[in-house]
Ligand binder design. Structure first.
Ligand code: NAD
Ligand code: TYD
Length: 334
C-alpha cells in the first residue's frame, strides 16, 4: 500500500511512520503543517528512504490534500491539535484542524474513491468513567474543547460512511507515552523537569487515573485496524495498566533519581476527567495485543530522553517557555 499519513511529524504519527517502514513493504507520504508539535527531526531517520516522502501543508487546504492523496491507497489521519490544556486556553485551532480538517480529508477521499480512511481518535471522546470500562458502544460525552473537537471529527467520519459509503473506520486509543513525545504532556514534562531539578506539577490531588499505552503498541494496533478492521466500525486500543497521576510522577522520581520534594500540587485543570478506562476486547479479536507493561515502557522512555538531549534541548526554549509560564505561572519557580 501507499499510505498518506497526515500529522506524521508529530509524536504518534512519526512513531507510526517508523513502524510501517520497519515492519511492512508499504510506502508512506507524510502531510504535516509542522505546528509547534510537528517536527521534521522526528522523521530524520527516514530522509532519503525511497519509500518515504514529505509534504509540508495543512489538512484543511484542499488543494494540498488533493496533491498528497494522488496514488495513495489509504489515509491514516493523525493530524490534530492534541493538548487539552491548550484547548482550554485557545480552542479555535482545535475546531479548525480536528473538525474542519477532517471533513476536508473525507471530501478529498470521496472525490478519488480512496479504498480506506482511518481516523485516529481518543478515549477522551467518551468522557470520564468512575467505575467499569468504556466499550465502543459507550456514548460520546466529551469534557474539553479538545475531546469535543475529536468527537466532532469522529461523527463526521461516521456520517460519511453512512451517507456516502466512505470506507472509513476509527480507532480510539488511551493515553500514549514513549519516544518523541512533546514535553507539554504529563510524562515527558515530568521527565525533563526531573532531569533539570525543576518542579513536577501535579494537577489537583493527583488521583486522576489514565490507562497508559506504549506508543509502539498503539502503532501495531493502528496497523491491525487498518489492514484487518471493518469499515464503519470503531476499535478501542487501550493500554495494559491504569495508574493514578501521582503514582506515575512518583515512578518518574524513582527512575530519574530526582528528589521527591520536587513534586508540587498545583491548581486543577477545569473540567478535568477523573478516570479513563478502555476495553480493547474488540481489537484483540483481530489478533492485537499490547506487548509493553507500563513499568517497562516508562523505564524505556526515561532512557530515551536521557539518550536524546539533542532532540529535546532545542524544544525547551522560546515558545515552549512562554507556554510553560502561561500554563504554570509562578507556581513552579524553583
Ligand atoms: P501531536 O500534537 O504530537 O502531533 C500532531 C501532528 O499534527 C503534528 O505533527 C502537527 O504538526 C500536525 N498538525 C496539526 N495541525 C495540522 C493541520 N491542520 N494540518 C496538518 N498537520 C497538522 O499529537 P499526537 O499525540 O501524536 O496525536 C496524534 C493523534 O492521535 C491525534 O489525532 C490525537 O488526537 C490522537 N491521540 C493521541 C493520544 C495521546 O496520548 N497523545 C491518545 C489517543 C489519540
Ligand atoms: P496529559 O498528558 O495532558 O494527557 P490528557 O489530558 O490527554 O489525559 O495529562 C495526563 C494527566 O496528567 C491528566 O490527568 C492531567 C494530568 N497532568 C498533571 O497533573 N500535570 C501536568 O502538568 C499535566 C500536563 C497533566
Amino acid at each position: 500500500m501507499k499510505l498518506l499519513v497526515t500529522g506524521g511529524a508529530g509524536f504518534i504519527g512519526s512513531n507510526f511512520v517508523s513502524y510501517v517502514l520497519a515492519n511492512t513493504d508499504d510506502e508512506v507520504v507524510v502531510l504535516d503543517k509542522l505546528t509547534y508539535a510537528g517536527r521534521r527531526e522526528n522523521l530524520a531517520a527516514h530522509e532519503g528512504d525511497p519509500r518515504f516522502s514529505f509534504i509540508h501543508g495543512a489538512i484543511e487546504d484542499r488543494e494540498t490534500v488533493d496533491r498528497a492523496i494522488a496514488g495513495c491507497d489509504a489515509i491514516v489521519n493523525f493530524a490534530a491539535e492534541s493538548h487539552v490544556d491548550r484547548s482550554i486556553d485557545e480552542p479555535d485551532a482545535f475546531i479548525q484542524t480536528d473538525i474542519f480538517g477532517t471533513q476536508v480529508l473525507l471530501e478529498a477521499s470521496r472525490a478519488v474513491d480512496l479504498p480506506r480512511y482511518l481516523q485516529i481518535s481518543t478515549d477522551e471522546v467518551y468522557g470520564s468513567i468512575d467505575e467499569g470500562t468504556f466499550t465502543e458502544e459507550s456514548p460520546i460525552d466529551p469534557s474539553s474543547p479538545y475531546s469535543a473537537s475529536k468527537a466532532g471529527g469522529d461523527l463526521l467520519v461516521q456520517a460519511y460512511h453512512r451517507t456516502y459509503g466512505t470506507p472509513a473506520l476509527i480507532t480510539r486509543a488511551s493515553n500514549n507515552y514513549g519516544p518523541f513525545h512533546y514535553p507539554e504532556k504529563l510524562i515527558p514534562l515530568c521527565i525533563l523537569n526531573a532531569f533539570a531539578g525543576d518542579k513536577l506539577p501535579v494537577y489537583g490531588d493527583g488521583m486522576q487515573v489514565r490507562n497508559w499505552l506504549y506508543v509502539e503498541d498503539h502503532c501495531s494496533g493502528i496497523y491491525t485496524a487498518l489492514t484487518r478492521g471493518e469499515v464503519g466500525e470503531v476499535y478501542n486500543i487501550g493500554g495494559p495498566d491504569e495508574c493514578p497521576n501521582i503514582d506515575v510522577v512518583k515512578r518518574i522520581v524513582e527512575l530519574t533519581g530526582c528528589d521527591e520534594s520536587l513534586i508540587e500540587f498545583v491548581t486543577d485543570r477545569p473540567g478535568h476527567d477523573v478516570r479513563y478506562s478502555l476495553s480493547s476486547e474488540k481489537i484483540r479479536g483481530l489478533g492485537w495485543q499490547a506487548q509493553t507493561s507500563f513499568d517497562e515502557g516508562l523505564e524505556r522512555t526515561v532512557q530515551w530522553y536521557r539518550d536524546n538531549e539533542a532532540w529535546w534541548s532545542p524544544i525547551r526554549s522560546g515558545d515552549y517557555l512562554e507556554y510553560y509560564k502561561r500554563q504554570y505561572g509562578h507556581a513552579l519557580n524553583t
